[in-house]
Design a protein around this ligand. Structure first.
Ligand SMILES: Cc1ncc(COP(=O)(O)O)c(C=O)c1O
Length: 370
């Protein structure tokens, strides 16, 4: 095929999908990356972060990113690396947990945890004890306490659940840890909570928190693939070090070759936006979230939990029928089968205008379903 043909074909194929700029993608945790990040990706597209002996610049960029996270998480000693996403980050966290407590096998996990925790447990030969949620869909801390025993290796909490954006009571869980590994999955909330005017905390001032997953490719607005696994200090990563005979370095990452392009794009995004940029974006997303909630209340539509983050779980009457009709009008919205709710993630591309149009359609559909 000629270059022109290839590009035309790819453009045609891509145009068959929806795009974030249409504004109709309501349940995604991704969004359109910034141009500066795409450019950065291009410049570094031939680099491999594994080959630090060749690409020292990538190593420096990654070190900068981890330092930036250190500021965000109020701990200069923060150590970690850029993963392919939240799934890999969660697997690595539990891998380190297992290395920390090699004789123990059980992990306590909220029923609302992301499925990657189950994947990690399967891979690592760990046993999950699921912990039920309270009425607000947060993990019930007393139920965690009841399940702790001498075989408990780790406790997992989520800061921004996949279905409803709920934040588990992290500070209360912290009290139970000490000799138990404590991992917080803030894949979604990690780029939201630090920029909110609220009491929520997910930084290393939570003294028993050992590790945290934060995904730049979600609310960090970086292009996929970019997750981050962050530990309290370097000693955690040392537990994963290997010494391949054919390499001059001692890799601690789960994957071997890693995209230097993704690291450069993440570096470009966080430096372009800076803490103030993220604060502005989060403020706008939260204003839009509140706007959506006000409009839903006017229609008497049930909102499952008062959103602390930019996620709204809605349960109209005739849920399935309403959902079908919304999709018929081009709204890409998903249903969570556990909480029986439609999930709107108010990402930056879900603007006030989009919400206005969505609410108008929803109102008409609800009338039709009466
Ligand atoms: C809370 C949470 N953790 C982990 C993940 C997994 O992230 P990824 O798809 O980047 O692997 C997700 C994905 O939505 C998530 O919501």
């Amino acid at each position: 095929m000629y270059k022109r043909e290839i590009i035309d074909k790819l453009r045609r194929m891509r145009s068959e999908d929806q795009s974030y700029t249409d504004g109709r993608i309501l349940s995604s945790v991704s969004t359109k990356p910034l141009n500066v990040a795409i450019k950065a990706y291009e410049i570094f597209s031939d680099t491999n972060a594994l080959d630090t002996h060749v690409f020292r610049s990538v190593e420096r960029l990654e070190r900068d990113i981890i330092e930036w996270f250190g500021k965000l998480l109020k701990n200069r000693k923060t150590a970690g690396y850029i993963t392919t996403g939240g799934t890999e980050a969660n697997i690595v966290a539990l891998f380190v947990a297992k290395k920390t407590y090699p004789k123990k096998r059980e992990i306590l996990v909220p029923e609302s945890a992301h499925y990657s925790i189950q994947r990690a447990a399967d891979l690592l030969g760990l046993r999950i004890k699921y912990v039920p949620l309270d009425r607000d869909f947060r993990v019930d801390v007393s139920e965690i306490e009841n399940r702790i025993n001498k075989d408990t290796l780790a406790i997992v909490a989520t800061a921004g659940t996949s279905a409803l954006g709920v934040v588990d009571p992290i500070e209360e869980i912290n009290e139970l840890c000490g000799n138990i590994f404590f991992h917080v999955d803030a894949a979604f909330g990690g780029f939201v909570i630090p920029f909110l005017d609220s009491k929520l905390r997910i930084d290393f001032s939570i003294e028993n928190m050992d590790s945290i997953t934060i995904d730049p490719h979600k609310m960090g607005l970086a292009p996929i693939p970019s997750g981050a696994i962050l530990f309290r200090d370097k000693s955690y990563l040392d537990k994963l070090k290997t010494s391949p005979t054919y390499l001059p370095s001692q890799p601690f990452t789960l994957s071997g070759s890693r995209s230097g392009g993704a690291i450069a794009a993440t570096w470009a995004t966080i430096n372009y936006l800076g803490m103030d940029g993220y604060r502005r974006i989060v403020k706008r997303c939260m204003e839009n979230t509140r706007f959506l909630c006000r409009e839903l209340r006017k229609m008497d539509v049930n909102i499952l939990v008062e959103p602390e983050l930019n996620v709204v779980g809605i349960r109209p009457r005739n849920l399935e029928r309403v959902w079908t009709l919304l999709r018929g009008r081009g709204w890409n919205i998903l249903m969570d089968t556990h909480s029986k709710s439609l999930r709107v993630v108010v990402m930056p591309h879900v603007t006030e205008k989009v919400i206005g149009e969505f609410v108008r359609d929803l109102r008409e559909i609800i009338q039709l379903c009466l």
